[in-house]
Design a protein around this ligand. Structure first.
Ligand code: ADP
Length: 459
C-alpha cells in the first residue's frame, strides 16, 4: 500500500513536471509561430544596417569595424569574393553553413537561416550556436563583393537579469515543493490519528478522545467520529447491562423452579405442600414466559425497519376492550374506575397500541392499593389524541422518573415490594409510542398517585 503522503508527493512532482512540459510546449509553439520570424527580421535589419553603413561610409579598416561590432554582442562571419572567410567574436560551436547559402548571398540575395533552420524543432533553436543559424546579407567594399553572416552572441547577452529570473523560477519551484510537503504532512497527520482511533474502535476499545481541533472538513469528520465512538460506547455499555439483566432475570425464576422441582421429587411430601410448590413452579414459568414475550416484543420494536402495520381503528373501543379484559382484577382489588372516552378514530398499529394500554393499566392496578381509584380519559383533538391513565397509588419518586423507560428499570416501592414485574413494560410503552411519533408524559407524586399521558398524532 502506498501511503497518502507518498501519493501526494508523487502527484505534486507529477503536476509540476507536467505543467513545465505544457508550458514549454506552449512557449515553443509561440516561438515557432511568432518569435522565430520576428527574431530573424530583427537581426536581418541590423545586418542590413551594417552592410548599408559599410557601403556608404566605407570605413578605412573593415576588420577593426567588424571587431567593434562583435564586441557589442554579435558573432560575424565574413566571406569575400575569393571565398576567403574571416570570423569576429567567439567562434560558432558548429560551422555548418552550406556553400550554396554563401554563394546565394555573394550573388546578392538575403539568407534567412534564423527563420528557416529546419533541424531545430524546439525553441532551444533560438540559442543554438550554429553558423547556419544566422542571417546573411551581401555588401560591396572597395568594388569587391562580400557576404556577411551574423547572429547575436547569446552567452554574452545572457545578462544578470536572465540569471535572476532563472534563479527565481528554480527557488520558486523548490519552495513550493517543500511547502507542499509540509502542508501535506499537516493535512495527513489527523487522518493518521483517525485511522488509529478507528482501529481502536474496531477492537471494541471505546476509550480516549481524539486530539484533533480543526474547523475544516477533517475537524468535522473527527467530531462526528468522536460522537460515533461515544454512541458506540454507550450502546456497548447498554448491551452488556442488558445481557446481565436478562441473565439475572432468567436466573432467579429458573433457580426457584429447580429448587421446588427437587422438593417435589420427595414422594412423602404432604399433598398441601406439593400443591403450593407446584403453584410456585407454575407462577415462575408464567413469569419466564411473559419475560420472553416482552423481550421478543422489544426486539421486534428495535428493528431498523418499523414493525408497525398501521390501520384506521376506533381508539375508544380499543380502550374499552382492554379495560374489559382486566375488569376481574379491578373487582378483585375492589377498585373503582372512572372512564371518560371521546369517540376517536386514529391511524396506528392496533396490536402494538393495545400493549401500551395493557401495560399502563396493569401498572396502575399493580401499584395501587386495594380500594384505590383509576381514572381513564381519552380526549379527541383535531390532529392528535390524548389518553391519560391516572391512579391514586404508590406514586414514583422524582429521582426515578428519568430512568423509568430504561429496560429492566424497577422502583422498589416499600408498600408494594411483593408486586411481580419485569421492568420491561414501560420500555415497550415508550418504544411503541415513539414509533407512532407520539410522546409519553408522567406526572407522579409519591403516596399520592401517578398519571401517564400518551399523546398520539391522529394520522
Ligand atoms: P414492571 O414490570 O416493574 O411494572 P414497568 O416498566 O412497567 O415494569 O415499570 C417500571 C417501574 O415503574 C415499576 O417497577 C414501578 O416501580 C414504576 N411504575 C410504573 N407504573 C407505575 C404506577 N402507575 N405507579 C407507581 N409506580 C409505577
Amino acid at each position: 500500500m502506498r501511503s497518502l503522503y507518498g501519493k501526494f508527493l508523487s502527484f505534486t512532482t507529477g503536476i509540476m513536471l507536467t505543467s513545465t512540459i505544457i508550458a514549454f510546449l506552449i512557449v515553443n509553439t509561440y516561438y515557432h509561430q511568432q518569435l522565430k520570424g520576428q527574431n530573424d527580421a530583427k537581426n536581418m535589419d541590423i545586418a542590413l544596417a551594417i552592410a548599408d553603413y559599410i557601403e556608404k561610409e566605407k570605413p578605412s579598416d573593415l576588420a577593426s569595424y567588424f571587431r567593434t561590432q562583435a564586441a557589442t554582442g554579435y558573432k560575424l562571419f565574413i566571406v569575400n569574393e575569393n571565398r576567403k572567410a574571416s570570423m569576429y567574436g567567439t567562434p560558432f560551436r558548429v560551422e555548418n553553413l552550406r556553400t550554396a547559402s554563401v554563394e546565394q548571398v555573394l550573388d546578392g540575395q538575403l539568407y534567412h537561416g534564423m527563420r528557416d533552420l529546419e533541424t531545430e524543432t524546439f525553441m532551444t533553436g533560438f540559442f543554438s550556436d550554429q553558423l547556419a543559424n544566422t542571417v546573411g546579407v551581401p555588401f560591396t567594399y572597395n568594388g569587391e563583393a562580400y557576404a556577411l553572416f551574423m547572429r547575436p552572441n547569446i552567452k554574452m547577452l545572457f545578462t544578470e537579469v536572465h540569471f535572476l529570473l532563472g534563479g527565481m523560477v528554480v527557488v520558486m519551484a523548490i519552495v513550493s515543493l517543500l511547502s507542499m510537503l509540509i502542508v501535506a504532512k499537516k493535512l495527513i497527520e489527523p487522518i493518521t490519528k483517525l485511522t488509529a482511533a478507528a482501529k481502536k474502535v474496531g477492537d471494541e476499545k471505546f476509550t480516549g478522545t481524539l486530539d484533533i481541533h480543526r474547523r475544516d472538513e477533517i475537524g468535522q469528520l473527527a467530531q462526528s467520529f468522536q460522537r460515533m465512538t461515544e454512541k458506540l460506547s454507550e450502546n456497548d455499555r447498554m448491551r452488556k447491562e442488558f445481557i446481565s439483566d436478562v441473565s439475572h432475570d432468567f436466573q432467579s425464576p429458573l433457580l426457584n423452579i429447580k429448587g421446588y422441582a427437587n422438593l417435589l421429587m420427595d414422594s412423602e411430601l404432604p399433598e398441601q405442600e406439593r400443591q403450593s410448590y407446584a403453584k410456585v413452579i407454575h407462577s415462575e414459568t408464567e413469569r419466564l414466559s411473559s419475560l420472553t414475550k416482552q423481550l421478543l416484543l422489544l426486539t421486534s420494536l428495535d428493528q431498523l425497519e418499523s414493525p408497525l402495520k398501521p390501520s384506521k381503528f376506533r381508539l375508544d373501543e380499543q380502550l374499552k376492550e382492554v379495560i374489559r379484559k382486566q375488569r376481574w382484577l379491578l373487582e378483585e382489588k375492589q377498585m373503582s374506575l372512572v372512564m371518560e372516552l371521546d369517540e376517536s378514530e386514529i391511524i396506528g398499529d392496533p396490536a402494538f397500541l393495545e400493549k401500551v394500554w395493557e401495560n399502563l393499566l396493569s401498572n396502575a392496578l399493580k401499584y395501587t392499593d386495594a380500594g384505590g381509584e383509576i381514572d381513564i380519559r381519552l380526549t379527541d383533538g383535531t390532529d392528535k389524541v390524548k389518553v391519560t391513565i391516572q391512579d391514586n397509588g404508590a406514586g414514583i419518586a422524582a429521582q426515578h422518573l428519568s430512568r423509568l423507560f430504561d429496560r429492566f428499570y424497577r422502583v422498589d416501592h416499600s408498600r408494594t415490594q411483593e408486586v411481580e414485574g419485569t421492568g420491561l413494560g414501560l420500555s415497550i410503552v415508550h418504544q411503541v409510542v415513539k414509533l407512532h411519533e407520539g410522546r409519553v408524559e408522567i406526572d407522579s407524586e409519591e403516596e399520592v398517585g401517578t398519571a401517564f399521558t400518551v399523546t398520539l398524532p391522529k394520522l
